[in-house]
Design a protein around this ligand. Structure first.
Ligand SMILES: NC(=O)c1ccc[n+]([C@@H]2O[C@H](COP(=O)([O-])OP(=O)(O)OC[C@H]3O[C@@H](n4cnc5c(N)ncnc54)[C@H](OP(=O)(O)O)[C@@H]3O)[C@@H](O)[C@H]2O)c1
Length: 199
């Protein structure tokens, strides 16, 4: 039975022109040097407290491969000790015990496995998996962090969406770094969009 309190979030950072990575997968442009006077600052304690509210992560295999490269280059693992589900039809190295691989029907996985067990479920990329999640009507909210840069070409945030998805703008925050964080609720989603899960 579905956990009616569960919330499926799709979150990524993108360039102003809507790309989450360059065509070759690189994300070097995520580091920008802008300054927006009057913007909010990110307090590491609040960020850590907010991350604690996330119960599990879901990602596509290409995002996982980027995370593996980061970890193997000494930049650590961004998903803490939270269960992290990687969608893939391939055999991939398992970097830690919290990583679990899944292949198959995404709707069945979200409704049958994730929603009954977790409250705050975060899809963290990439474009293919975000597109699939929204196309299938599985997401309750979209968090889109826009960076102050245009990169011209790359991997789009929502790949092969194939339909309109009506949204409700629920929150806007601008930061000193020039980043703008948008939170939208998906209108008419199957989960529990009525209630926001922020701490
Ligand atoms: N800017 C950001 O915030 C951000 C966030 C995340 C990722 N990224 C970047 O985005 C890029 C990756 O995005 P992407 O769109 O190319 O790929 P992706 O969404 O990360 O992964 C797509 C892959 O996931 C697997 N998959 C998807 N649905 C599946 C299902 N139902 N069952 C089993 N497997 C499934 C397939 O892999 P198999 O071929 O293994 O079966 C598919 O090729 C990377 O460069 C990453 O660095 C950026």
């Amino acid at each position: 039975m579905a956990n009616t309190d569960s919330c499926v979030t799709v979150h990524m950072a993108a360039s102003l022109d809507g790309f989450i990575a360059r065509k070759d997968g690189s994300v070097d442009w995520l580091e920008t040097a802008d300054e927006f006077v009057g913007g909010d600052t990110m307090d590491p304690k609040s960020v850590a407290a907010f991350l604690e509210t996330i119960d599990c992560y879901v990602m596509g295999s290409r995002t996982y491969e980027t995370a593996l490269r980061f970890a193997n280059s000494g930049f650590g693992w961004s998903y803490g000790d939270k269960p992290t589900f990687v969608l893939t039809r391939r055999e991939l190295p398992k970097i830690r015990d919290t990583v679990e691989f899944y292949s198959g029907d995404l709707a069945q996985f979200v409704h049958g496995r994730l929603r009954p067990a977790f409250r705050s479920i975060w899809f963290v990329g990439g474009g293919a998996v975000s597109g699939e999640c929204l196309r299938l009507g599985l997401a309750d909210e979209v968090r889109y962090t826009i960076l102050p840069i245009l990169i011209g070409d790359g991997i789009p945030f929502f790949e092969k969406l194939g339909r309109d998805v009506a949204l409700h703008l629920a929150e806007v925050k601008a930061y000193v770094s020039g980043m703008v964080a948008l939170r939208y609720e998906v209108r008419g989603s199957a989960g529990a969009p009525a209630k926001h899960l922020d701490a």
